[in-house]
Structure formats: structure tokens, C-alpha cells
Design a protein around this ligand. Structure first.
Ligand code: SAM
Length: 464
């Protein structure tokens, strides 16, 4: 007879070796079983830069000021606000990264550079972006091409020019961006036992062999990328696995292989997060257990880099690029964006960088594969421009530009890349907006409209 998901969990709980639940007392097993029979809570996190009025007062996620639980799961694809980047659908435990970031950011001085090494689809990156002062830079990296594309879309939707996306393997990051980041998050690929109740089929992929393979890969990812962390920088290690081999044992391994100090993060006891200590070095880590709080399984631990070995003696600093002539666009892009910018032409597209971020772009552009940096403004085509979709979704877009307010039905048509509001006598470029938030660009002419939503962004679902 085929084993059900619940039977499989019951069988895994009985494993003598490599039991992912080895870290918890057997008296908790009935609670573990009960939690896996329950539906998982649905939560969203609001974009602080794209405010809208939620229809009702939702229950808050205790450890993240922007996080809320929803009473039920709506069809997010059919909510224009989701496409406008007003919120991100994220399971609640992951939002604890906000609490960790706030704590360690206090200890860093000056503008910081943050690396999210394994970043797709962008849950933790959009969260970090929300907390980042404008002077800081978030570099979100994802090695897998298709997943990096999704990451770009999610970061574009979030709308900040200080969030960049790279697509490189961890070794390339370690070698090319040595001694660069003040904070580095490694949300490592893992067996994912903490997410079983969200994706019940995933339990079929769990095996002792997979745990071992993931643990080896986690060590390799850390070893390959560690050099990118600055001296005195913070390494945040996370998994969504319960297995001690992927959590505490990796913390011991980090402590043995690098000169780091485990960092203790304070939080109120009523959050019911469980502190754990690695067996050899007593490195502190935090477990989120669905049977103790409203969220899925997560493990997180923080270390401070304590050595000065980031730039090995004898290694020459990277060659400095000859400085280029500043690029002066033909278009007065200031009419589209607020603030002071440095402009750059890259493959026919005009980009704007906050001036103090441009040096970093020059420093790394030849070393790593960059998929998003600064703010892509668009193209100049003779007398006109084609503003980019990224510009429409940017939080830097001026609020006084021509905009067309759409109803929900019209907004969904727009998001299907169909023409809308052709009867309003409009002319020229306007953003199509829903509840005050831009969804994209349209160009209106008498009696018609060209919808500039990129083809691959359009929703394909039947909107009923
Ligand atoms: N941080 C993401 C978020 O909050 O949305 C989730 C990251 S997921 C746990 C781990 C990521 O690591 C995946 O996107 C996966 O593609 C990537 N990955 C897989 N193998 C990898 C490897 N060998 N090196 C680096 N990243 C890898």
C-alpha cells in the first residue's frame, strides 16, 4: 500500500540514525505529527515603499514589522497589487531575517554591502531590501539561470536601485569579490524538511543520502564564498531543514574551519523560537518549529568573521579600470526620476546609478555576471524614449508623471497585456496604475493604446 505523507513522517520520526528530528525531545513527537496534519499559515510581507490600504486589519508576524498572516490564501496572481510589488508572499519564519539583520546592522558602521548568496526566488532579498538604507547595497546572487531570472523579476517588482542581481557560482563570488561584503547571508540549498507541510510531495525526495549530499554541498558553498566576507563582517547561515547534519553540524564545521565568533541574537521568549547549541563548539543557532509557533521550519545561525586573512599576503589587488568619459544621455531623464544620478549606457539601454554606487559597479562589472544593477531607465530612439518596465515599477519614479488609474478588471486586462482605457482621449506615455501603484507603461494614441508590459511578465491565468 502506498504510504501517505503522514505515515512517512511517522516512519521518519522512528529513525535511529540521521533522524531529522533528532534535536527535539520524543515527548514532542505527538505535537510534530499534529502540526503536520494542519494547514500551513499564509503570510505576506508589505513593501514599505509601496504603501496601499489593506482591506482589513491582519494579524501581525511577531518578529517582522512588515509581516502579516492572512485568514486564507487568495489567488495572488489575480491581485494587481501583487504585480505592482506592494507585497511579497513569504512564509512567516523566514521573516526572522529582519530581526537578525536589524541586530547586526546596528553593529556595522557607515554604508554597508550585503550579499544574499543563494537568493532566488528573492524572499529574503526583498526583505533585506526593505530594511536597507539608500546608501547600502544589496547584492542578490543566484547560480541557476532560470531561477536568477525569477529573482530579477521579483527585485524589479520591489523597485529599488540599490538592489543588484548577480548570477555566479559561489566560487566565482569568493574569488572575484574578495573582502567586499559586511553582511553575507547563505540561505543554503537543503533537504527542505521544514517545508514539508507546504509541499507534501517533497517528502518523497528526502533520504539519508540526500541529507549527506546537502551537508557536503553546504560546506562547499560556504568554503567557496567565505573570502567575499570582510573582516569583522557577519555571516548568516540558514536552512529550512530540521537535520542536525545540515544545521548544528555545519555550525561546528564553520567554527572549525574559519576564525569566527558565534553571535547570539536576543529575542523575547514568547516568540517560542528554540535556541540550540552545536555539540562541539556550542555555536548558537535558532530553530523555528511549526509545532511551537506560526511558521514553517527554519534554522538560522550568525557568526562574526574574526580574522584578517581575507586578502592573502602577496595577492595583488584587482586591476583598476581606466575611468570612462561620463555618459550624457540625450533625454532629460530627471523628468522621470527623483534624486541625483550617474548615467551609463549599457547595451543600448540607459541606466542610472546613485553616484556613490557607481564606483562599485565599475569595480565588479568585468569580474562577475551582473543581471541587474542600478536602475534601468530605457532606450532613446531618436526623438522619443521607450521607458523600461523596471522604471515603471521603481520606487524612484516621480509621482507627478502622467498616470491612468485602472479598476481591478482593467488592471487585470493590462496585466494580460491587452489594451485598456482606450476611450479616455489620452495621448503619449502614461503609467497604468492600480490603487496608486504603477503596473507598467502604456502609450496612448487616439482610440488605441500600446501596452508595454514585457511579454514574459503577462499573466496567463483565466481571469474569469
Ligand atoms: N533565499 C531564497 C529566498 O528566501 O527566497 C531561497 C534560497 S533556496 C533555500 C537555495 C537557493 O540555492 C536556490 O535558489 C538554489 O537554486 C540555490 N543553489 C542550488 N545549488 C547551489 C549551489 N551549488 N551553489 C549556490 N546556490 C545553489
Amino acid at each position: 500500500m502506498e504510504q501517505t505523507y503522514i505515515d512517512t513522517i511517522a516512519a521518519i520520526l522512528q529513525l535511529q540514525e540521521h533522524n531529522p528530528f533528532a534535536g527535539i525531545d520524543s515527548s514532542e513527537y505527538p505535537a510534530v505529527m499534529a502540526a503536520h496534519r494542519e494547514a500551513y499559515p499564509v503570510s505576506i510581507r508589505l513593501n514599505p515603499y509601496k504603501t496601499f490600504q489593506p482591506e482589513q486589519a491582519y494579524e501581525r508576524v511577531p518578529w517582522c514589522g512588515y509581516g502579516y498572516y492572512l485568514p486564507e490564501r487568495p489567488v495572488f496572481t489575480l491581485d494587481p497589487l501583487f504585480h505592482a510589488g506592494a507585497y511579497y508572499v513569504q512564509e512567516a519564519s523566514s521573516m526572522f531575517v529582519a530581526h537578525v539583520y536589524d541586530y547586526i546592522r546596528e553593529a556595522c558602521t557607515g554604508p554597508v554591502k550585503v550579499l544574499d548568496l543563494c537568493a532566488a526566488p528573492g524572499g529574503k532579498s526583498t526583505l533585506l531590501a526593505s530594511l536597507l538604507p539608500a546608501d547600502d547595497i544589496l547584492v542578490s546572487n543566484e547560480v541557476i539561470q532560470g531561477r536568477a531570472g525569477i529573482l530579477v523579476e521579483n527585485m524589479v517588482r520591489w523597485g529599488q536601485a540599490n538592489t543588484w542581481v548577480l548570477q555566479n557560482d559561489p566560487e566565482m563570488i569568493g574569488k572575484s569579490l574578495e573582502n567586499t561584503f559586511d553582511i553575507m547571508l547563505i540561505d543554503a540549498p537543503c533537504t527542505g524538511s521544514g517545508l514539508w507541510r507546504k509541499d507534501q510531495a517533497a517528502i518523497d525526495e528526502w533520504s539519508v543520502q540526500h541529507v549527506k549530499l546537502c551537508a557536503e554541498r553546504q560546506k562547499r558553498i560556504i568554503a567557496d564564498s567565505y573570502a567575499a566576507l570582510k573582516q569583522d563582517g557577519y555571516l548568516v547561515y540558514a536552512t529550512c531543514s530540521y537535520s542536525p547534519e545540515e544545521d548544528e553540524a555545519i555550525c561546528d564545521w564553520i567554527t572549525e574551519h574559519f576564525d569566527v565568533i558565534p553571535v547570539s541574537i536576543p529575542f523575547p521568549p514568547e516568540w517560542n523560537i528554540v535556541r540550540s547549541y552545536s555539540s562541539a563548539h556550542r555555536a548558537e543557532g535558532y530553530h523555528f518549529y511549526p509545532w511551537k509557533l506560526k511558521g514553517e521550519g527554519l534554522f538560522i545561525a550568525v557568526f562574526k568573521k574574526n580574522d584578517g586573512a581575507a586578502v592573502p599576503a602577496g595577492r595583488k589587488p584587482g586591476k583598476k579600470r581606466a575611468s570612462r568619459k561620463p555618459f550624457i544621455p540625450a533625454t532629460a531623464w530627471e523628468q522621470y526620476i527623483d534624486g541625483a544620478w550617474h548615467y551609463e549606457l549599457i547595451r543600448e539601454e540607459i541606466y542610472a546609478f546613485p553616484p556613490h554606487h557607481y564606483d562599485f559597479f565599475e569595480q565588479i562589472r568585468d569580474k562577475v555576471y551582473i543581471r541587474k544593477a542600478g536602475l534601468k531607465l530605457g532606450q532613446e530612439t531618436g526623438r522619443d524614449v521607450i521607458p523600461s518596465h523596471e522604471l515603471a515599477l521603481s520606487i524612484h519614479l516621480r509621482k507627478d508623471l502622467p498616470a491612468v488609474a485602472l479598476t481591478r478588471e482593467e488592471a487585470l486586462l493590462f496585466l494580460k497585456k491587452e489594451p485598456v482605457a482606450t476611450d479616455r482621449g489620452l495621448k503619449g506615455w502614461h503609467t497604468a496604475t492600480y490603487q496608486g501603484l504603477p503596473l507598467g507603461w502604456g502609450k496612448w494614441m487616439p482610440g488605441r493604446m500600446n501596452n508595454y508590459l514585457p511579454k514574459h511578465w503577462r499573466i496567463r491565468m483565466d481571469i474569469g
